[in-house]
Design a protein around this ligand. Structure first.
Ligand SMILES: [Zn+2]
Length: 400
């Protein structure tokens, strides 16, 4: 029988290690046969670069990794930076920063490399794009509208990453429920097509929908946007809180000119309070271009189909001996962060204190032990707490 769950891995299957790559199963079998599966290693999660020419990434997914390792009862230690930390992929000397480290017997966790990376790469990718958009949009409203481009089972994961990175709202009902916020949205073109026009649609919306919900008209279905804005005003007058432009690219010409004409018409009618929301194929560049004349943006594919952060897990120490494959940096490392010049520096894990190369002051150690022999050692922060942490770091950043 075919059902919706058939092609979705269940939590149980993931915990059993069934979403691994088969080569890990074979490696584990061989090492076990040769009595090498208990080899003690130190393995680091690093990445060689950040997509879209970014300088910093947002580290997300730690909560899920710890939950997986704990549920699977893997007797390993994990050291990690805090979930939501914004940082570059290398330190000031070009050494790849270890975001998360596993200490243990290789055979105990080998097959979990695949799901571990899957949990970190996707969420960090969406969070990183979302933060770039947050910075680009400045204080304008930013909404996640892109879940329709991805399998529905992961809609809440996408929206959670967007919300953590500072989005103001999400359109998905289930995501909003989980985030404990109100879902946000306007109206689809289908509604206007069935009703026959924007006036009839708004009258219906106003009649049936809770007055607490803002009346925002989609004004590009049949006619010129400026014409439909005037129709929307004549339909519900003062109740019109905003308009949304989802103008198709074939009609766009200059989007900026269309918006300016609408703003002029609203001004002539003393309705400069009507907010202007944009959606439809928006990117970081289009937000930068239009943020001075729009009040909010609904972002779709650009964020839900964000490039992932390509983390890798690599052994850097075997039985207390530093070792690394080509392209990686051998040995146990701690990461120091200088509050003063906001730089990161990798140094010997056991060094009592790491000093900033420029300021000479003591740096803050970023890697903390978060799992001891399979037991989570720390109280995991809530989604809202991670969001506050991201937004606090963002204050110091102009771009990422
Ligand atoms: Zn410094």
């Amino acid at each position: 029988m075919i059902n919706l769950e058939k092609w979705i891995a269940t939590a149980e299957e993931i915990i059993q290690g069934k979403t691994t790559d088969v080569y890990f199963n074979r490696t584990k079998k061989c090492l076990s046969g040769d009595n090498l599966d208990k080899t003690k290693v130190w393995a680091e999660v690093t990445t060689g670069g950040i997509p879209r020419n970014g300088r910093n990434l947002v580290f997300l997914g730690l909560r899920d990794v710890l939950t997986l390792f704990s549920e699977a009862q893997l007797p390993v230690n994990i050291y990690s930076i805090k979930e939501g930390t914004i940082l570059p992929n290398t330190d000031i000397n070009g050494v790849k920063i270890p975001f998360l480290v596993i200490e243990g017997k290789y055979g105990d966790f080998a097959i979990y490399e695949t799901p571990l990376l899957g949990l970190l790469c996707f969420q960090s990718g969406v969070g990183t794009s979302a933060l770039r958009l947050r910075i680009a949009a400045e204080d304008k409203s930013l909404l996640s509208f892109g879940i329709r481009r991805m399998p529905p089972a992961i809609a809440p994961i996408i929206d959670r990453a967007c919300y953590i990175a500072g989005f103001d709202g999400v359109s998905c009902v289930l995501s909003a429920e989980k985030l404990e916020i109100d879902a946000t949205g306007t109206m689809p073109h289908t509604f206007i097509m069935i009703k026959g026009g924007i006036e009839e649609t708004l009258i219906s919306f106003d009649k049936h929908i809770d007055p607490k919900v803002s009346r925002i008209a989609l004004v590009d279905t049949f006619n010129d946007e400026r014409v439909e804005v005037l129709q929307a005003l004549s339909a519900i007058g003062d109740k019109l809180a905003g308009i949304r432009l989802d103008t198709p690219s074939s009609r766009k010409g200059s989007f900026r000119d269309i918006i300016q004409e609408i703003k002029w018409e609203l001004k002539l009618r003393d309705r400069e309070d009507v907010k202007i929301f944009l959606s439809g194929g928006l990117t970081e560049e289009s937000i930068l271009e239009l943020r001075d004349i729009a009040d909010g943006f609904g972002i779709g594919t650009y964020v839900s189909n964000s490039p992932t952060i390509d983390y890798a897990l690599d052994i850097v120490e075997i039985e207390s001996k530093a070792i690394a494959k080509r392209g990686k940096f051998a040995g146990r490392k701690q990461i120091g962060y200088c509050e003063h010049c906001q730089t990161f520096l990798c140094d010997d894990f056991y060094k009592e204190e790491i000093l900033c190369q420029s300021c000479g002051i003591k740096m803050t150690n970023m890697l903390e032990k978060v799992m001891d022999k399979g037991k989570i050692m720390t109280k995991l922060p809530t989604t809202k707490e991670i969001r506050e942490y991201v937004l606090k770091q963002k204050e110091k950043l102009e771009e990422i």
